[in-house]
Design a protein around this ligand. Structure first.
Ligand code: GLC
Length: 436
């Protein structure tokens, strides 16, 4: 079992650069990369894209390959799945049989939902590193990205709305965030098949979701499987549909980047289609804004109820390209308060909220990948000091604790899985002094 630790002698930055490269290499599984051996033995969607960013610092060809293998699991309806299984590994639950999503027998088996679409933005980054080397690969990946974004804009929007729904907390990438608590409590888990968790044999159970949550996660998988993974139907009628500020903002950013790639490739009609998606952005941001907490917050699409706490993804509005001056003044105050309360920012949930839990996954811990996205947006909008603070915090956590899955925002201690590829990737691409 991985125990968190604080090393007494923090290693030199050059050693950390080398160690980060080694972590990516050790977790390569042929042409794709695992989040970390043991705990997560398959290819995960957004993990792989951050990993591609990490690879692009020292092996750009391998970075493109990572993106290409992820799309081997793309569904005919456009969805890029959250996990691409390829083989059944008994150390992980729930595997391909539980998901039962044989969408296309020619492709590898996958899970039945998606994950935050950081891919188009990262593809643009890879292309810009070496346009000549990337042009052909960009041509090939572009239609797949387009199809996936179209899937979000048709299958995950409830008619008349604009914010993107998640129909399973796993789709958000923020599995047990308090953002889902109320909507998840409405899911009746009666009748689920008996099951045995595997995650809690790899990691301390106090750092993982509870049984209450897990029962409902599995109910949602069973529900989707019984409906043959008809995504439109699941979004419209399923037991769980919550508008997620994380995916909504990440997709807005990815749409803008995809649009510039479309123009670069001379695909005017694709750019036009993306314009229609972007047109709705402001409306989505309005829908998510919660006046009571001065932040963007998740919102239950079945009853309009807002989540009542601030998640770190609230601050992705800048990354998304959303700027509303009156609101931003309030959002900045919220960010100031949270930075003040957490020495190792940005905590995944408000440290002054009663539901904050500094070690439990998405209920408090700081995640390097989210920090990277938040800081990227803040930097673009001229909030340089805050972007710098977030980068320095990320650097310090990795220097003192190592490449953990996530970190305690109060102490900087690493938690969850160790030797984690996305933390190594963010070190290489952004947090290491090498990138100064
Ligand atoms: C957990 C995280 C998710 C991540 C996956 C693999 O499920 O919540 O965001 O993609 O692990 O690292």
């Amino acid at each position: 079992m991985n125990k968190p630790f604080i090393s007494t002698n923090s290693r030199s930055n050059a050693d950390l650069d080398q160690r980060a490269i080694a972590i990516l290499r050790e977790n390569e599984w042929g042409d794709y990369t695992l989040p970390t051996k043991g705990l997560y033995p398959y290819q995960w969607n957004w993990d792989s894209m951050f990993v591609a960013l990490g690879f692009s610092e020292f092996d750009l060809d391998r970075a493109w390959t990572e993106v290409e293998t992820l799309f081997q699991g793309q569904w005919d309806n456009g969805m890029a799945a959250h996990i691409v299984f390829r083989q059944d590994d008994p150390s992980y639950f729930p595997g391909p049989k539980i998901w039962g999503s044989s969408h296309n027998p020619e492709n590898p088996p996958t899970s039945g939902c998606s994950q935050p679409p950081v891919a188009a933005t990262i593809v643009k980054d890879l292309y810009e590193k070496n346009p000549a080397a990337g042009k052909q690969r960009l041509e090939e990946i572009f239609p797949k990205l387009m199809k996936w974004h179209r899937w979000f804009h048709t299958m995950r929007i409830i008619s008349g709305g604009a914010a993107i729904a998640v129909t399973h907390p796993w789709e958000s990438g923020r599995d047990n965030s308090p953002d889902w608590d109320k909507a998840l409590a409405d899911v009746d888990p009666t009748g689920i098949q008996p099951y045995e968790r595997k995650d809690t044999s790899h990691v301390d159970p106090s750092m993982r979701p509870t049984k209450f949550e897990y029962d409902r996660y599995l109910k949602l998988v069973e529900w989707g499987r019984e409906r043959g993974w008809d995504h439109a139907n699941i979004t419209r009628e399923g037991p769980f549909a919550v508008a997620d500020p994380g995916i909504t903002f990440i997709l807005m950013r990815a749409d803008r980047d995809l649009r510039s790639l479309a123009l670069l490739l001379g695909k005017e009609s694709a750019a036009h289609e993306i314009d229609t998606w972007l047109y709705r952005s402001q409306h989505a941001a309005n829908y998510l804004w919660n006046d009571e907490i001065d932040a963007y917050a998740a919102r239950n699409l079945r009853n309009g109820q807002h989540a009542d706490g601030v998640s770190s993804v609230s601050f992705l509005s800048y990354y998304a390209g959303i700027a509303v001056p009156k609101r931003d003044a309030r959002l900045q105050k919220t960010l100031d308060r949270i930075l003040e309360a957490s020495p190792y920012s940005v905590p995944s949930f408000d440290p002054e909220h009663p539901k904050f839990d500094s070690c439990r996954y998405w209920r408090g811990p700081t995640w390097a990948i989210v920090n990277y996205l938040i800081a990227r947006g803040l930097q673009e909008y001229g909030f340089e000091e805050k972007a710098k603070r977030i980068r320095t915090d990320t650097r310090k956590m990795i220097q003192t604790s190592g490449f953990f899955e996530y970190f305690d925002p109060l102490t900087g201690e690493g938690a969850g899985g160790n030797n984690f590829t996305w933390t190594a990737a963010i070190w290489l691409a952004w947090a290491s002094p090498m990138t100064d």
